[in-house]
Design a protein around this ligand. Structure first.
Ligand code: URA
Length: 434
């Protein structure tokens, strides 16, 4: 097979066969297909798109570029959740222990934060000692013992994705629905799961800001997931304002623990329970979503979800004292209240601006290799629909140093808020389910 002919075929709008896609993916490791040829192919895919058959084939070959983890020795339904990312989105930390306590095995391979959005691994690493670099044997053992496990991508999981993602980043081809679908699903498929619940975000703080684009991604994920033989459920949910009140790694862990204790903010608890209930239902726990929701809420009320989280943290090296007393999590050097310049109601709270403000404080990374500060971030005191008086605290900033970045973060937080004289209607957080 000649690579140049395959590039020409895709460039001219043709459909690549499974054998041709398999050859191209195998060519990454064997070096038979040069990076510049893949870069050209990626642009051809970006411009021409892919049929569902091509995307299923691409996802399958990317997953098989590494190992598909065999979890068959651990009895029970294995179901994961993936979110396309947002600000303050710590639902994984809440729903995974809930689903595990409800009888679902949750093997999770997660990512790190990039840009204004956070990542599960960074949040978990704010628990002293917590390790996300388990090998696949420890991954299986933790899953069997605790019912859930959360690790980072290992060299064995979809290695072709790592190469292609770096090439996409350098060639302006990240924003392609088939490429995003294949990238996400190849890693999830390799985890060894039976089913996947996907939370596709839409709105100001999301990767896809327009509902049309989010819907196209959601439909692609569902079609390709199903084509791979995974049970797949997709929810499109709002990411206009941050989820919950905490943004920043240790602050988000503390808020997640509060949710597992039954003391969390309702927007965050409700979405986490809904996603966990979809996982539970998919795994045969409950015969309706209402029943699954009740089972999941019960795991918060009886403490079993928190016990699962604690058990996973211990298995992964984390200090349980920090879970029993979240005051032991990393703390910023000082806090600063951002005060409201207006009276009335909060009518807008731009999640991306809040995410960028916390990134300026050091909570997120601008580049994949930047280091982060687990302690810093923001706690929102007012969200959309809340009444506010001039001078009231809108948000508490947790920072380690004053200076230009701190000043810029304060300005960004202020600019994130809009005010109105009347209480705005708050749209439902779940836009639709597929
Ligand atoms: N997350 C991924 O893992 N891949 C993408 O392409 C986009 C988001």
């Amino acid at each position: 097979m000649r690579t140049v002919e395959l590039i020409r075929k895709k460039r001219d709008g043709g459909e690549l066969s499974d054998g041709e896609i398999g050859f191209l993916i195998a060519g990454i490791a064997s070096r038979e297909v040069a990076d510049y040829q893949w870069a050209s192919l990626l642009m051809a895919v970006y411009l021409r798109g892919m049929t569902d058959a091509e995307t299923i084939s691409l996802t399958n070959h990317m997953a098989k570029s590494g190992r598909i983890v065999d979890l068959s020795a651990i009895p029970g339904p294995k179901i994961d959740k993936h979110s396309t990312g947002g600000v303050g989105d710590k639902t994984s930390l809440i729903l995974a222990p809930i689903a595990a306590a409800a009888g679902i095995l949750v093997p999770m391979v997660s990512g790190r934060g990039l840009g204004h959005t956070g990542g599960t691994l960074d949040k978990l690493e704010s628990i002293p000692g917590f390790r996300v670099d388990l090998d696949l044997d420890a991954y299986r053992a933790t899953l069997a013992a605790s019912g859930l496990v959360m690790i980072g991508q290992t060299a064995e999981i979809a290695p072709a994705d790592k190469v292609l993602y770096a090439l996409r980043d350098a060639t302006a081809t990240v924003e392609s629905i088939p490429l995003i679908t294949a990238s996400i699903l190849s890693k999830k498929y390799a985890e060894g799961i039976d089913g996947l619940v996907l939370d596709v975000k839409t709105g100001l703080g999301a990767f896809m800001k327009r509902l049309d684009d989010s819907r196209r991604l959601a439909e692609s994920m569902r079609a390709i997931g199903t084509g791979l033989g995974l049970k797949t459920r997709v929810l499109i949910t709002r990411m206009d304002q941050p989820l919950g009140n905490a943004v920043g790694n240790a602050l988000e862990v503390a808020e997640s623990i509060a949710c597992l204790r039954g003391e969390g903010p309702s927007d965050l608890v409700d979405l986490s329970v809904e996603l966990a209930a979809e996982m539970a239902l998919m795994g045969g726990r409950g015969s309706t979503i209402e029943e699954a929701r009740e089972i999941c809420r019960g795991t918060i009320a009886d403490g079993s979800a928190l016990a699962r989280f604690r058990s996973m943290a211990i298995a992964q090296g984390g200090d349980p004292a920090a879970i029993d007393d979240p005051n032991l999590l990393p703390k910023a050097k000082f806090t600063y209240e951002v005060k409201s310049p207006s009276s009335g109601f909060v009518s807008g709270l731009n999640a991306e601006s809040i995410g960028r403000a916390t990134m300026l404080l050091g909570a997120g990374r601008a580049r994949v290799d930047s280091s982060i500060n687990h302690a810093v971030g923001a706690t929102l005191r007012r969200k959309i629909g809340d009444r506010v008086k001039s001078g009231d605290a809108l948000c508490v900033i947790h920072a380690d140093s004053e200076g230009e970045s701190f000043e810029a973060a304060v300005e960004l937080v202020l600019s994130a808020y809009d005010f109105a004289e009347t209480r705005p209607t708050i749209p439902a957080s779940i836009v639709e389910k597929l």
